[in-house]
Ligand binder design. Structure first.
Ligand code: ADP
Ligand code: MG
Length: 690
């Protein structure tokens, strides 16, 4: 079986199970192996309830002997209180707002393993513990062993998930990794199968501390393999680039002062802006310009600037010299909403100067798409704005000389390498709001030069507060006040649909509840990813124009939605979002001199601690550092595909050492004459271009 075989090729896995697993990013057999356990249970460490005192960490294996369900509040299950008895004594387990599946699963007589710190004061109590239902050890067959536990999809137990991991092992676990043996030994790596086995079936308890910390040699092996593949991809690309030259070199040279003595396109565009550029914007444009005059090597630049720093205008103005010389510029955005904003701004800036702007996106009608493709191929459009559709088959550019990739972290390192691997190289300008700490940026984007947009346009103060969900009424008061004063407000929910009153709020139910309740009388609209592009565009347009005052949405607004009048944001279930993501979200408000306010609602009091950094600072770098500290860099670099888990481990103290090894060996490999022909390197080459 191929490692990337679909899950349904495993025995007893049907489409329903596959669909469930997809929600946690597992879609191929291989993912079951590369997705790391969330933790390990050491059955030898199981604690007896009789030995515990309040405040202790409890790992209790027992039976549910009593369950009491509090009264439902609306449609929400009430508090759940259970007694778990392990034969020595019993302790109380409490869930204040159990999700419905928890409420259903906790029944008398069932075996459970509960883990957590007991409350500091008597009686002996565990609140919201980690739970495993029907744990392996309960049946006695795994007693004494070390058992991994995983983040499982809703409705799937540990036992079921573990047996899938086991099946994946049987199917592909012993297969050779990407590297031929000699290379593997040169890198000092264990066999991939051995590394995976140590992670999913640790043999001895003495490995547990390093397995839990993510610093086990097996982790380092996976990390090193990943780093190595990435380094090969970057170096190989650079190698090819150097021999190709830049497509922009073929354009006519710019003349000083522009055609017929008129001002340059850049100067004319800049004059038309309703504001003057910040010093940082001017500096970054200068850096871009100096890349553009170097012949023989296309620009490869990443502009990093916090949310709202004004990257869009930098991108648009960077394009001017290309347009001036008759080149084409493509703008690639990760979402349609974001691409629309580029389209609007590109048109406003460049159409008056005589440059056409074409549009290519997934949701486009066939006739429209054909017409736009034609315009792009003939050179009738100097700018081409769109989503992934820009790079699909059938798109032929007339003279592509620059590609601008917005929110580039969303594309992931691998995808970006692939997107740009096609044909002669245009200049590349990548924009990113995710403030990756400098050291890490260099590591991961080693092939990109870095520009920092470290000063945003002047704007008012933005504040953030964290509130228990139960006090959301306060948030609605802020919303009402803001909208009645002529501002706009966002309400962000973690999902589109779901029952009203559920702890996990949905955009549709929340919108209805607000329209009939706390926000009755205010013009309210809904925006989510399930809508077609025309409706999305219509809603955003109405919000921008002020016909809609309150926009209830999912995270589709996360990147780039730019409505200066938006001054308040309320985020439901903030516990569901990463810190970086919340920072992105709140970047949608307070974009003008009046400033803004963000309310983060959470039903999980434990999470307030993690969120606190957001209330303390509005600085994206500080938030990113904290995120990095808590979670590792995986999500920051967009390598969150389940197949690339090793970046999550990049916190190991040996990271830079491993990176050095990966670099050195990769460089030597790419320089080797037989790199592109050696058949044993086929898998590696595939991975590096994929
Ligand atoms: P981001 O860096 O998050 O992509 P945008 O490019 O969307 O930020 O810019 C945020 C807002 O700031 C926009 O409304 C934009 O028009 C405005 N803006 C950009 N540059 C300036 C400037 N130099 N002075 C004033 N406003 C600016
Ligand atoms: Mg932007």
């Amino acid at each position: 079986m191929a490692r990337n075989a679909p899950l349904t090729s495993l025995p007893r896995v049907g489409p329903r199970t596959a669909e469930k697993l997809a929600t946690v990013g597992v879609s191929e057999v291989e993912h079951l192996l590369t997705r790391l356990p969330r933790g390990y249970e050491d059955r030898s460490q199981i604690t007896l309830v009789a030995d515990l005192v309040p405040g202790d960490v409890a790992v209790v294996l027992g039976r549910i002997v009593a369950v009491r369900q509090g009264r439902r509040r609306g449609r929400r299950p009430g508090m759940l209180e259970a007694r778990v008895d392990d034969g020595s004594a019993a302790l109380t387990v409490l869930f204040f707002q159990p999700p419905p599946y928890v409420a259903k699963a906790w029944t008398k007589g069932r075996h459970v393993l509960v883990m957590g710190r007991t409350e500091a004061k008597p009686p002996l109590r565990l609140t919201h513990p980690e739970v495993e239902l029907d744990p392996a050890g309960a049946a006695g067959n795994h007693a004494g062993s070390i058992v991994p536990f995983y983040g499982t999809p809703e409705g799937m137990g540990q036992r079921a998930y573990r047996s899938l991991v086991h099946a994946a092992f049987e199917a592909v676990g012993s297969e050779q990794g990407l590297l031929p043996d000699d290379l593997r030994r040169e890198l000092g790596l264990p066999r991939r199968a051995d590394a995976l086995r140590s992670i999913h079936h640790p043999a001895t308890a003495s490995d547990l501390p390093s397995l839990r910390a993510g610093t086990h040699p097996a982790h380092e092996a996976l990390l090193l393999e990943d780093l190595f593949v990435l380094q090969v991809a970057l170096r190989w690309r650079r190698h090819r680039l150097a021999s190709q030259g830049s497509l922009a070199d073929q354009l006519p040279r710019a003349r000083m002062g522009g055609p017929r003595g008129r001002a340059t396109v850049r100067a004319r565009a800049e004059t038309a802006l309703p504001f003057t550029l910040t010093e940082a914007q001017q500096r970054v444009l200068g850096e871009v310009d100096s890349d553009l005059v170097v012949r023989g090597r296309p620009m490869q630049r990443l502009v990093q600037g916090d949310v709202g720093a004004g990257k869009t205008v930098v991108g648009l103005l960077a394009a001017a010299p290309m347009l001036e010389r008759g080149g084409q510029v493509a703008v690639l955005a990760p979402t349609e909403v974001l691409a629309r904003q580029w389209q609007v701004q590109a048109k406003a800036l460049y159409e008056p100067l005589g440059f056409g702007v074409a549009w290519l996106a997934g949701g486009q009608g066939a006739a429209d798409r054909r017409a736009e493709l034609e315009r792009v191929a003939r050179g009738g459009a100097a700018l081409v704005v769109g989503t992934h559709a820009l790079f699909s088959e059938g798109v032929r550019f007339h003279r592509l000389s620059m590609a601008i990739v917005d929110e580039q972290q969303r594309f992931g390192v691998y995808q970006r390498a692939r997107l740009l691997a096609k044909g002669p190289q245009p200049h590349l300008l990548a924009l990113s709001a995710t403030p990756i700490p400098r050291s890490l940026a260099r590591t991961l984007f080693g092939d990109l030069d870095l520009s920092l947009l470290d000063e945003g346009p002047p704007r008012g103060p933005r504040t953030t507060e964290i509130l228990p969900s139960a006090r959301r009424r306060h948030a609605w008061e802020r919303v009402r006040a803001a909208v009645e004063a002529g501002g706009r407000a966002f309400v962000v929910c973690p999902r589109i649909e779901g029952p009203a009153g559920d702890v996990l709020r949905s955009a549709l139910a929340t919108a209805e509840e607000l329209a009939n309740g706390a926000l009755a009388g205010l013009p309210l609209g809904v925006l989510h990813g399930g809508m077609d592009s025309a409706s999305k565009a219509a809603v955003l347009g109405a919000f921008r124009a002020g016909h809609i005052g309150v926009l209830v949405s999912t995270t589709v607004i996360e990147v780039g939605v730019d409505v200066p009048e938006a001054s308040v944001m309320v985020v439901e279930n903030a516990e569901r979002f990463g810190l970086g993501q919340l920072h992105q979200l709140r970047g949608r408000v307070g974009r003008n001199a009046d400033g803004g306010h963000c309310v983060l609602l959470t039903p999980a009091p434990d999470d307030a601690d993690r969120l606190a950094i957001l209330a303390e600072t509005d600085d994206g770098f500080a938030v990113a550092e904290e995120d990095l500290r808590r979670r590792g860099p995986g999500d920051l670099v967009g390598a969150r595909q389940a197949g690339r888990p090793a970046f999550r481990l990049a916190m190991t103290p040996r990271f830079s050492e491993l990176l050095g090894v990966a670099r050195r060996v990769a460089e030597a490999l790419v320089q080797r004459g037989d790199f592109t022909t050696d058949a044993r390197l086929g898998r590696l080459r595939e991975a590096a271009t994929d």
